[in-house]
Structure formats: structure tokens, C-alpha cells
Write a new protein. Structure first.
Length: 161
């Protein structure tokens, strides 16, 4: 009897979950993630102090209460992802595109995410270890195939998410 009751309860929970999933597209405007948040990845290149810029990016993201990460890439660029509110995401993008004050030769490519979801999630905006592999399949911040030595170096740089 107890087994039958447990099965019935499990089936009921499963049906409720399926009902919720089927109505997920019926969420009113303003309540969906893409209505409330903005997310993107970026890659900045040029003649500038990369270490100082990564810290400025982190500090500004913290000011905006955004989260994500920034990293010094092996090819000499500063890369990362940002997620914030619909209001703060454009501010962060403008900050990135403006670049560091001292840099005349500067460009920052930004790829907005339609679903606002970033790849690496941290409870704050993090400066990631440069040895950690964070590449994407398409630019900005696209990298070629990984070799065995790079994989081994990256494995030693793992951080807890």
C-alpha cells in the first residue's frame, strides 16, 4: 500500500512538472529572464595596460552589481562575460567600448546573448586565472583547437564555481 501511494505521489509530481514546463512560454512579458536581464561576452584589444584594465572592468561590474568574469587571454586581449539588469548591461557595454582612458588604439567586440545566460557563473564579478580555458566557438574570444599541453595547464587552473 505504501509503495502504491509513493508511486502515485511521484506520478503527480511528474505531471505537475510537465504542466509547468508546457506553460513556460506563457510567462507574461516583464517576468522572463530576457525581459529583466542583459548578458554578453566581450573581447578587448589594443595598446593598453591589460592588468589595470581587467581590474577596472571588475570594479565597474561590481559597482553595477553585475556578475560574470574577466580574464587576460593568451593572445594579448582582455575577455569576459557580464550579466546585469536591463538597465546596467548597456552601461557596462558603453564602459567596455569606451576603453581605458590612456588608450588611443583600442577596440572591444561585444556579442549580446538573446537568453542573457553566461557560461561561467560566480556570485560576484571575478578576475579568472589566465591559464583557465574560457574560449568560445565563435568570436569574440574564439580559440583554435586545444592541444595536450594547454589542456594540462588549464586543468591545473580550475577554480570552484
Amino acid at each position: 500500500m505504501a509503495v502504491a501511494g509513493a508511486r502515485l505521489a511521484g506520478a503527480t509530481v511528474l505531471l505537475l512538472c510537465l504542466a509547468l514546463v508546457s506553460h513556460a512560454s506563457d510567462v507574461p512579458a516583464g517576468w522572463r529572464m530576457r525581459d529583466r536581464f542583459g548578458g554578453f561576452r566581450f573581447e578587448c584589444r589594443g595598446a593598453f595596460d591589460r592588468d589595470a584594465w581587467a581590474l577596472q572592468v571588475r570594479d565597474y561590474a561590481d559597482e553595477l552589481s553585475g556578475f560574470g568574469w574577466v580574464q587576460l587571454s593568451p593572445v594579448g586581449t582582455v575577455v569576459g562575460e557580464f550579466r546585469g539588469t536591463k538597465q546596467t548591461a548597456p552601461w557596462m557595454r558603453e564602459f567596455l567600448e569606451a576603453g581605458p582612458d590612456e588608450s588611443a588604439a583600442f577596440a572591444c567586440a561585444v556579442e549580446e546573448y538573446p537568453d542573457t545566460k553566461i557560461r561561467f557563473h560566480f556570485s560576484h564579478f571575478k578576475v579568472m586565472d589566465p591559464r583557465r580555458r574560457s574560449c568560445f566557438r565563435k568570436p569574440p574570444h574564439a580559440c583554435g583547437p586545444i592541444d595536450a599541453a594547454a589542456a594540462e595547464a588549464s586543468a591545473g587552473a580550475r577554480e570552484e564555481l
